[in-house]
Write a protein that binds this ligand. Structure first.
Ligand code: TXA
Ligand code: MG
Length: 334
């Protein structure tokens, strides 16, 4: 199949909407990462997403809406806290897991009785949803297992020839995927940290718990509250280690045939090949660059990569969560 490149202006949006209404799949920019969108009500279109990405069938998709009034069509038993969260964080990088209605086919929710919903803030994404008039199921627009795409070029590198079209939008400014919380149990639970921070969520959900898969590896056979958290993810082909502690430069300088992924502040002290992924003092900059950096690592031709871990607060928690997966949980504490 030939993958069309679409513009972000009116003609591109209209074309994208036609493809989506016809049951096709289109990569669209969002503020977090590019998403691979399909009509959430069309199981045949949804099956194309799983096929193009090579995504395991048991990993459910997020449904994207542009208007809070669409929520009732998708979810049921909606707690009042959803409206307080929506007022503060929607549109934006927050995904909420709720009980689903029968409108949502089982392939979207991977057979679960729940559905994940988010309202993106990127104007192009919003327009595609509202002009098509469809709720759009969209996972990240990468091959399953590889780093999420934060530029249209990343999407093309992974999916050219496998999807109907890609909207050639701007680079994503958050850089990591949305925060996923579940509101279907006794307490709210953080399933995946992201653009909306745990500290911000606590102001509205003081009793929010952090799922154990956020910061550690599930044991084999242990059930994942969020199926996506059990897969190896985001990994470069180069063997990857996450390194925690201040003596990062001294540590990596003893390594041969290795690359360091480091903070701007320590660049002068590192004597081996390196990629700077942002400032250690601004976790937002680390989030913006982390996935592009993970894609760049393999081009350096090293045997191993050592990544300096961010602090686990603010959006740093999301970066840390992605990096322990990229490193297949190989964490070195200095
Ligand atoms: O920022 C984002 O969320 C991006 C953009 C495109 O919106 N999308 C994204 O989708 O990251 P994906 O499919 O790569 O990640 C969705 C995550 C997975 O970890 C999945 O297991 C979880 O959300 N999820 C989806 N539905 C769920 C449900 N009903 N219960 C628990 N977890 C769910
Ligand atoms: Mg993904």
């Amino acid at each position: 199949m030939k993958t069309q490149r679409l513009t972000t202006d009116k003609s591109g949006i209209i074309k994208a909407c036609e493809i989506l209404k016809d049951g096709g799949i289109v990569a669209i920019p969002t503020e977090t990462v590019y998403g691979l969108a399909a009509n959430a009500y069309n199981p045949n279109a949804i099956s194309k997403i799983f096929k193009a990405k090579g995504r395991p069938q048991d990993n459910p998709l997020i449904v994207h809406i542009a208007n809070i009034n669409s929520l009732n069509e998708i979810a049921t038993d909606i707690p009042k806290s959803v409206y307080r969260l929506a007022e503060k964080f929607w549109p934006g990088p927050l995904t909420i897991v709720l009980n689903k209605t029968d409108n949502i086919p089982p392939c979207v929710s991977a057979g679960l009785s729940t559905v994940a919903v988010r309202m993106p803030s990127n104007p192009v994404a919003q327009e595609v949803i509202s002009v098509s008039g469809l709720p759009l199921a969209a996972p990240s627009a990468n091959l399953s297992g590889s780093p999420s795409p934060t530029t249209a070029t990343h999407v093309i590198n992974d999916l050219d020839g496998k999807i109907d079209a890609v909207i050639m939008g701007e680079d994503c400014n958050v850089g990591v995927e949305s925060t996923v919380i579940s509101l279907t149990g006794e307490h709210p639970v953080l399933l995946r940290p992201g653009g909306v921070t745990l500290e911000e969520l606590r102001e509205i959900l003081p009793d929010i718990k952090v799922d154990k898969a956020v910061l550690s590896e599930l044991k084999s056979g242990e059930k994942a509250s969020s199926p996506g958290m059990k897969y190896k993810h985001y990994a470069p082909k180069t063997e990857t280690f996450l390194v925690e502690g201040d003596a990062f430069a001294e540590f990596v300088n003893t390594k041969e045939n290795a690359v360091a992924v480091c903070f701007l502040e320590e660049i002068e002290n590192i004597k081996i090949p390196k990629i700077v992924y942002g400032s250690g003092a601004t976790p937002e900059s680390l989030a913006q660059n982390i996935f592009a950096t993970l894609r760049e690592v393999d081009s350096m031709g090293a045997n191993a990569v050592y990544i300096h871990a961010p602090e686990k607060n603010g959006i740093g928690l999301a970066v840390y969560n992605r990096l322990i997966r990229a490193a297949a949980f190989k964490v070195i504490k200095l």
